[in-house]
Design a binder for this molecule. Sequence first.
Ligand SMILES: Cc1cc2nc3c(=O)[nH]c(=O)nc-3n(C[C@H](O)[C@H](O)[C@H](O)COP(=O)(O)O)c2cc1C
Ligand SMILES: CC(C)CC(=O)C(=O)O
Length: 408
Amino acid sequence: MSYPKAHDLNCLTIGELEALATQRMDKLTRDYYNEGADSGSTLAENISAYQKYRIRPRVLRDISSIDTSVNIFGHKNSIPLGVAPTAMQCLAHPDGEHATARACKKMDIVMGLSSFSTSTIEEVKESLGTEHPAALQLYLFEEREQSRKMIQRAKKAGYKAVLLTVDTPLLGRRNLEIRNQFKLPKHLRVANFTLGQNNNQMDSIEEKDVELNTSTAGSGAGHDSSSKRAPPTGSITFHSHAPNPTLTWDRDIEWLKQECYPEMEVWVKGIATAEDALLACQHRVDGIIVSNHGGRQLNGALATLDALPEVVDAVRSQPNRVPVHVDGGIRHGTDVFKALALGADFVWVGRPVLWGLAYKGEEGVELCLKLLSDEFKLCMGLAGVTKVEDIGKEYLVKIDRSGFVSRL
Ligand SMILES: Cc1cc2nc3c(=O)[nH]c(=O)nc-3n(C[C@H](O)[C@H](O)[C@H](O)COP(=O)(O)O)c2cc1C
Ligand SMILES: CC(C)CC(=O)C(=O)O
């Protein structure tokens, strides 16, 4: 018997990957990527929530053949994990989203692409290849024509789904970002909205956008409680356009489905309650991602793993049961196992992939995905499970602060 595979002896865990990446990123990027909103307590709890559960391993079950694969968007994915959409990946590495795409392709792992990517929808799909599944994360703009164009481009490029981000009616308050007056360096662009589309110069993040973040004027979160906001105009920037306080279930989800069907599925990303999960089912979305945006939006919100059971229960009470995914705080293969045992069908991972990218570009992302894959497979085997669909709550116990253990 040999030691478990070591892909990089300098980096055997996601924790080590974070440390290595942290040394390599400039302060602006590191702060932008790593921080959560306000005190960061929701970001921290997304991670620590996994420690409330312990695994109940079963033995003597012949685990000599383990199948970690699942289906997503009609494709086989090597493990029940995808790369969450995260903005502006060229900040971490010059190859940015292309490096992520190539690593995803190699690892048979679905990729979520942010609307605010530093490479275009079409370019990234080319790096993924025609067969490989991808989902476009959508910030649905008030300027609906821009969103319609994005959707059409994604369809044409072969994206399988749109993940509508619903937890950004306003932008969360990220203090380091504000203190650093974060903006995209001049040599980078938010590629989907730059020259070439519509012959319309839509700039990347400029000085005035920083103003929007610090004063929150225009984002609807100004201090004047009676002020009425005006819809954003001019350049498309993340501060001005990503948050959209006008979105509603009735008007916008229905509109989006009409625009996307039949080529692309419509998912909502950012559900955190049973009530909204029920509405998502009633509006017949194709899937739900339980997410609090990696703790970057409403600080004080429940950790996603803690929100997951109520969402799963709500969805299971419905006749049209849709898949439930979760993201936030996943840093080890055992976390993937725990999320699935609590009823998730699939998980998405954000920051660890960015750390991989910052560490070694494509190779670093691949390393990140390999670590999580290896850990997940090992966890399945040691827990006595050979098929993903067999992972259930009987494999977990909850442990409270005083060490009291209870069955689920
Ligand atoms: C730097 C950064 C940028 C992000 N950009 C987006 C984005 O453009 N759209 C979006 O829906 N979510 C975005 N997210 C949230 C992720 O999709 C995901 O919900 C979150 O990162 C999961 O938490 P984790 O980082 O703990 O894995 C971003 C997260 C980070 C850290
Ligand atoms: C607002 C974005 C463009 C990026 C984002 O979602 C994030 O920074 O969390």
